[in-house]
Design a protein around this ligand. Structure first.
Ligand SMILES: C[S@@+](CC[C@H](N)C(=O)[O-])C[C@H]1O[C@@H](n2cnc3c(N)ncnc32)[C@H](O)[C@@H]1O
Length: 374
């Protein structure tokens, strides 16, 4: 039925116009990469839920035909260059058409589109304990956004580690909270990448840390532990290869970055949030055009904060990029600062930029204070 298209080239499929008897309203399938293997991930929607199925390319033809015949009367099958249309009439005739795409679809693995390393159906035991996944490996709807964010974080870790050549990696997750990210990174590195990962999660919250340690123990994750503590007071015991932070609040991110600088940590991946410190210091005289609007002032404060952090990391010998972490529509906290230690030389011009900015706005900033006053 879909024999006019080479299904191996398909990037996206949309199933619509459900049959009267259909339990699904709509279906969408995307090409994704699961542990190095490409599959089509189908998402079939009812009124209240979405169901996910990963389909191998060698089974795609029969799966697609079966799903279409059972539930839908229209389909669009998209390859890089063409969109193939299918419509089953009420008399059972299949009408088809083929149109050249105005713009080519993005090939999923070329970094323009976010690919997910972990997909639904892949059972990650601690996530069941944390309520993110069902026992069948389905992501609970309320956690979709979190799951996507963490998958994205994971792909940035994987990319950063492409030249990593040691047998084991030591990682600290500062402000780990319920530790979805910590567990997923540990699971992925240990069981998928088969790298020895020694991980520590640190957070202020006693009950949360206790629960995380219980889960780690339950699954015999002997190289994963959680500690109660304040990032600003943390005394690192040894060198660590990577520091990660995901939404560690306000200046907690600065202290995490400071640890990375002091330890000469090779990889620092940080998604800041709640950058209040500078916002609270900006007054109407700072930049009247912008600071008179609360929302924009808040954004300006966050942008200045993260730009100062990035420049300080450059000053300290890191190669720094600001990466869009996740769609703005999902969260405005969507910048990830990626810093990879490259050399020991101080980059004075970056520090000068920071100092000019502090002067211009008449503000102070925690990471700057830490590196200059200690
Ligand atoms: C928004 S939550 C994010 C949790 C987790 N990283 C995530 O993304 O799901 C921020 C976490 O940072 C922790 N935190 C904030 N300031 C901290 C500090 N100074 N030391 C340790 N943890 C801190 C909070 O307790 C909270 O669990």
């Amino acid at each position: 039925m879909f024999d006019n298209v080479n299904l191996n080239d398909v990037y996206k499929i949309i199933l619509s116009a459900p049959k009267k008897t259909s339990k699904y309203n709509k279906g969408v399938a995307k090409r994704i990469n699961v542990s190095g293997k490409e599959v089509m991930q189908f998402e079939l929607f009812t009124d209240k839920q979405a169901f996910h199925f990963n389909v191998d390319f060698n089974e795609l033809d029969s799966y697609l035909e079966n799903t279409f015949n059972t539930y839908f009367t229209q389909a669009q099958v998209m390859t890089q260059d063409y969109t193939y249309g299918y419509r089953m009439t009420s008399k059972g005739h299949l009408l088809t058409n083929k149109k050249k795409n105005n713009e080519s679809f993005v090939v999923l693995n070329n970094n323009k589109e976010k690919t997910y390393l972990l997909s639904e159906g892949m059972i990650i035991p601690p996530l069941i304990d944390l309520g993110v996944m069902t026992k069948e490996g389905k992501v609970v709807k309320a956690y979709y956004d979190k799951f996507k964010q963490i998958n994205r974080f994971l792909s940035i870790i994987e990319d950063a580690l492409k030249d990593f050549n040691k047998d084991s990696i030591n990682i600290i997750d500062f402000g780990c909270g319920k530790s979805y990210l910590t567990f997923i990174v540990y699971y992925y590195l240990t069981y998928v990448k088969k790298i020895k990962a020694v991980m520590t999660g640190l957070d202020l919250k006693e009950d949360v840390i206790k629960h995380c340690n219980e889960i780690a123990k339950k699954y015999n994750y002997e190289n994963l532990s959680f500690e109660i503590g304040d990032i600003s007071l943390y005394q690192p015991k040894e060198y660590c290869d990577m520091i990660i932070t995901l939404h560690a609040c306000d200046t907690a991110t600065d202290f995490a970055m400071y640890h990375a600088i002091m330890l000469k940590t090779k990889y620092l991946l940080s998604v800041p949030c709640c950058q209040h410190e500078i916002n609270l210091q900006l007054d109407k005289s700072s930049d009247p055009l912008i600071t008179k609007y609360g929302l924009v002032k808040d954004r300006l404060g966050a942008i200045i904060t993260d730009s100062i952090r990035a420049n300080i990391l450059e000053y300290e010998g890191y190669d720094v990029s600001m990466i869009e972490f996740i769609d703005f529509a999902q969260t405005p906290k969507n910048i990830l600062i990626r810093a990879i230690k490259k050399n020991e030389n101080k980059k004075e011009e970056s520090l000068k930029l920071v100092e000019d900015t502090l002067k211009k706005y008449n503000i102070h900033q925690t990471l700057y204070d830490l590196i200059t006053k200690n």
